[in-house]
Design a protein around this ligand. Structure first.
Ligand SMILES: *Cc1c(COP(=O)(O)O)cnc(C)c1O
Length: 949
């Protein structure tokens, strides 16, 4: 019997994979092999090749996947959530949902490291920063962090670093959200910091503290005047951090005016659904004097080569990719898309709109409070914004059950107290149902709301006065604003983004559809598990698949980025050593070529980084590795190795490397960011590694969102499984390793994307994707080798899924740099490859399997045309300064230049090598001045006067 063949139309993998079978034949020929199998044999060492196919099953069609995903989603029950505790119902304006969240121009963009092609999202992020700085009353805000709890942990680290005295104690308000406290504990312990938990009024002894954190309003809803405690912490030489709710700050005196040095929190309730925990944007705002200690990315204003205003990422020298273990934090991927959504929510509503929303939430809460008072219930918090803590001794379970019968979740604060938090979605019916759960039968309209904000803490200062927050309040205006910004950017919906190490593959529409379904979007992360059965089924299956793909035994879905996965993995290694009485093991070997997050994460895990050399081929120098492992044998904790190497080559000796480290008592952390070269071919868990993080936003099709969201689950061998991150909601805080994120399953609501990807690709499709990713990279390497040296190849002349092009010789010969080439590619309508990582002055190209031969050829031809422009300079026909390479990217201002006096024509500049005028992508700005931006730091929307001029 012949096996049933699927019609082409239902084979998703053929849509995901760019080259057709006929293209593949031609490409194999160009590469010089007769089959894909031959290429893979020449690329992937036999010693690690898997003999057995993946056991995931056949791929589903898009239609089948969506139908089955519906069935899973329908096992989630969407109750009204009044749990609060940092997560609130919110209304995502449909205009933002459709034109931003569901728009590939926004969600497929990369991190804005190339500022010229990122002006749209940079402006949106500047709006976000302005919004946060304004609402918190502080000077500078960053462009998002992963969530509120990790933002609090980052703030603690800023305070520790900024403290002049060598102090190790940090005060934590006992009324911060419990998950924030848990994440602070996880972070503090390996670094030897002590947390002093207590009441800010009665327990705060500021002597010897490097800082303190308070919650405002606190987790029980109380609004306390924090001026006293803040002043005392600062007077004793510490830093004061306030975790604050942005919506409440439209009505309350902001932390900056209370004297705080740092404010942190979440922008979730600005239009971003709860998503069973995420993703949403954490924020941090600080006083100007601390700006160099600010973690995460920061958008600033600079100028371009024509002197026009242009945005860029500023102060990047603070970041992990430059400062490594000395970095301010390990954060790389953050929450750009969600920050952009929150910023648009503020742009759409404007200052008055936000204040009205906040006032209405407060009024509804006041009415609820009045009813509960009439029923005789005592409220713990005298003042409140949106949250009530009600004493209900002996009746807690009964009331919670009554509420659940009405499809409402309340918060069980403890055995005697119930928490109720309202939000902009709360209706009078919901409030009446809550009264019923407490045994009352009132009509909402019979109450008149009173003001319960403390008189001394009412906000008087203005906010969001910039034109951008006051202009786009009609749907037409906002739709056009978002379109205008999107048009400035180059994302995957326009062209290949050949970024080495970043795996910018297709984010298929079918994979994206389920994330907007209410059954995935509208669950509170601490909702009862029985209401989230669909999610739990999805988590279990996804974890099983990830184990099957990696050869590991257990998975944690908690880390919200690759770097957080590294951190969680190292904490697991640390806890494992301690469990065996070897807690002194704290040396982490890291090859010099490693991604900057590796040493930054090791440092956060309390480890000492020892750098291992790489040889001339880019391989980890095994002699040096062994020497260092031996030297530190007593204290060796781990090695962090990227495989295939950061240089894009499968090292033959990976098994040996793992054996050496194990021999000296260390564990092997294998950075799984490059899993796209291995899925279906090799399994880290089978060739010696103990733990890896998997970047679902790289290999498993979650879009980059312009710099987040991401998901960095970790997979471990069985001996490390007990040390995966716990969470107080799951284990009551008893797990050996605490949480690394606020929510137990991280950014749960984007997991359906990776799930759908694996489901539709199936065992065969996944393997084929890997093979074609390797083919695409080798095709580019082979075709471009005559023009640009390919830096690292294996003995058989092959690269893995990416290749490094080396233009450094041009620099010496004719002063042309990788940056010139990167910017000139923009004129051809391409995003630059990864620049200067892992080798300074080079370009790393990763095409992924999703790019068609047509697009690869377009890229190759652009690179060849650029090489010919370089040749002109080499021949002395013009200097580098005079060349179109140095003036790239070109803009319409070049085209319209009345005083054009360059050595090349405007057409050569703007339409190189016959670029189509019809389909031209125009960079909105000329080359951005990096130095100017770092010298003149402006990180919020420029003042109104500047718009006028
Ligand atoms: C992308 C990447 C990381 C970091 O992942 P994030 O999600 O950005 O934190 C770590 N290591 C390597 C090799 C990477 O390419």
């Amino acid at each position: 019997m012949t096996p049933e063949r699927k019609p082409r139309s239902t084979d998703f993998s053929r849509r995901h994979i760019g080259p057709t079978p006929a293209d593949i034949e031609q490409m194999l020929q160009a590469v010089g092999v007769s089959s894909l199998e031959e290429l893979i044999q020449q690329t992937v060492p036999a010693s690690i090749r898997e003999a057995e196919p993946l056991n995931i099953g056949p791929g589903l069609s898009e239609t089948e996947m969506l139908a089955r995903m519906r069935a899973i989603a329908s096992k989630n029950q969407v109750f009204t959530s009044l749990i609060g505790q940092g997560y609130y119902g919110t209304i995502l304006p449909p205009v933002i949902q459709r034109n931003l969240l569901e728009n590939p121009a926004w969600y497929t963009a990369y991190t804005p490291y190339q500022p010229e092609i990122s002006q749209g999202r940079l402006e949106a992020l500047l709006n976000f920063q302005t919004m946060v700085a304004d609402l918190t009353g502080l000077d500078i805000a960053n462009a998002s962090l992963l969530d509120e709890a990790t933002a609090a942990a980052e703030a603690m680290a800023v305070a520790q670093r900024s403290c002049k005295a060598p102090r190790t104690a940090f005060f934590v308000d006992r009324n911060v959200h419990p998950q924030t406290l848990a994440v602070l504990q996880t972070r503090a312990e390996p670094l030897g910091w002590q947390l002093v938990v207590g009441d800010p009024e009665t327990d705060l002894n500021p002597e010897g503290l490097f800082g303190a954190i308070f919650q405002y309003p606190d987790t029980l809803g109380q609004i306390r005047d924090l001026r006293g405690p803040i002043e005392r912490v600062k007077a004793a030489g510490g830093l004061a951090v306030v975790a604050a709710d942005l919506l409440a700050l439209t009505l309350l005196t902001p932390p900056g005016e209370l004297g705080a040095d740092i404010a942190v929190g979440s922008a979730q309730r600005f239009g971003v659904p709860m998503g069973y925990g995420g993703p949403h944007a954490g924020y941090m705002a600080i006083r100007d004097a601390l700006k160099r200690a600010l973690p995460g990315r920061l958008v600033g204003v600079s100028i371009d080569s024509r002197g026009n205003r242009a945005y860029r990422l500023t102060l990047q020298t603070r970041e992990q990719h430059i400062r490594r273990e000395k970095a301010t934090s390990n954060i790389c991927t953050a929450q750009v898309l969600l920050a952009v959504i929150a910023s648009m929510y503020a742009v759409y509503h404007g200052p008055e709109g936000l204040r009205e929303i906040a006032q209405s939430v407060h009024d509804k809460t006041a009415v609820l409070a009045a009813g509960l008072k009439r029923l005789g219930f005592e409220r713990v918090n005298a003042h409140f914004f949106d949250t009530l803590t009600i004493r209900a001794e002996g009746r807690v379970e009964e009331i919670l059950a009554e509420a659940r019968r009405r499809r409402i979740n309340l918060r069980k604060v403890d055995e005697a107290h119930i928490g109720i938090a309202l939000d902009e979605t709360t209706t009078p019916e919901v409030i009446e149902a809550v009264w019923q759960a407490f045994g009352g039968d009132f009509r909402y309209q019979d109450f008149v709301p009173e003001n319960h904000l403390p008189a001394a803490l009412q906000r008087t200062s203005p906010y969001l006065t910039h034109p951008v927050f006051n202009r786009y309040h009609s749907e037409t205006e906002l739709m056009r604003y978002m379109r205008r910004l999107a048009d400035r950017d180059l994302a995957l919906d326009r062209a290949m983004i050949p970024l080495g190490s970043c795996t910018m593959k297709l984010n298929a529409a079918a994979e994206m559809i389920p994330i907007s379904w209410p059954e995935f979007a509208n669950l509170h992360p601490f909702a009862p598990a029985e209401q989230a059965q669909g999610y739990h089924e999805l988590f279990e299956t996804l974890s099983r698949w990830l184990c099957e793909i990696t050869g590991y035994d257990a998975v944690s879905l908690q880390p919200n980025s690759g770097a957080q996965g590294e951190y969680a993995g190292l904490l697991a290694i640390r806890a494992y050593h301690r469990s065996r009485g070897e807690g002194h093991r704290n040396v982490c070997l890291i090859p010099s070529s490693a991604h900057g997050t590796n040493p930054a994460s090791a440092h956060m895990a309390g480890m000492e980084v020892v750098v291992v050399a790489c040889d001339a081929q880019g391989y980890v120098d095994l002699n040096d590795l062994e020497a260092k492992a031996k030297q530190h044998a007593d204290r060796l904790a781990a090695v962090m190795v990227t495989y295939p190497s950061t240089h894009g080559v499968f090292e033959e000796k990976i098994r040996e490397l793992c054996e050496i480290v194990h021999r000296y008592g260390g564990q092997v952390y294998l950075d799984g960011a490059n899993l796209n070269a291995q899925v279906g071919l090799a399994k880290p868990g089978h060739y010696g590694a103990d733990v890896s993080h998997l970047n679902l936003h790289k290999t498993f099709a979650i879009p980059h969102g312009g710099g987040g969201p991401g998901m960095g689950p970790i997979a471990v061998k069985a001996h490390l499984a007990p040390f995966l991150p716990g969470h107080p909601v799951l284990d009551g805080g008893t797990a050996p390793v605490g949480p690394v994120a606020a929510a137990p399953y991280g950014s749960a609501s984007i997991l359906p994307i990776s799930f759908a990807y694996i489901w539709m690709m199936g065992s065969e499709g996944l393997k084929r994707a890997t093979e074609v990713a390797i083919l695409n990279a080798n095709y580019i390497a082979s075709r471009l080798e005559p023009y640009f040296p390919v830096l690292y190849k294996n003995e058989k002349g092959r690269v893995a899924h990416e290749c490094i092009l080396d233009p450094r010789a041009f620099k010496a010969r004719c002063d042309i740099t990788a940056e010139d080439i990167a910017k000139r590619l923009i004129d051809f309508g391409f995003h630059a490859p990864t620049m200067s990582f892992p080798v300074a002055g080079t370009l790393m190209v990763e095409p992924t399997e999703s790019e068609s031969k047509h697009e690869l050829d377009r890229f190759i031809n652009a690179m060849i045309a650029i090489r010919q422009e370089i040749a002109q300079i080499e021949r002395g026909e013009l200097t580098a300064e005079e060349s179109p390479l140095r003036h790239a990217p070109h803009t319409v201002l070049d085209l319209a230049d009345e005083n054009w006096n360059r050595k090349y024509t405007r057409a050569q500049g703007c339409f190189p090598a016959g670029q189509s005028a019809m389909d031209k992508y125009w960079s909105p700005v000329n080359r951005v001045d990096n130095v100017y931006g770092d010298r003149n730091i402006v990180c919020s929307c420029p003042p109104v006067e500047e718009y006028a001029s």
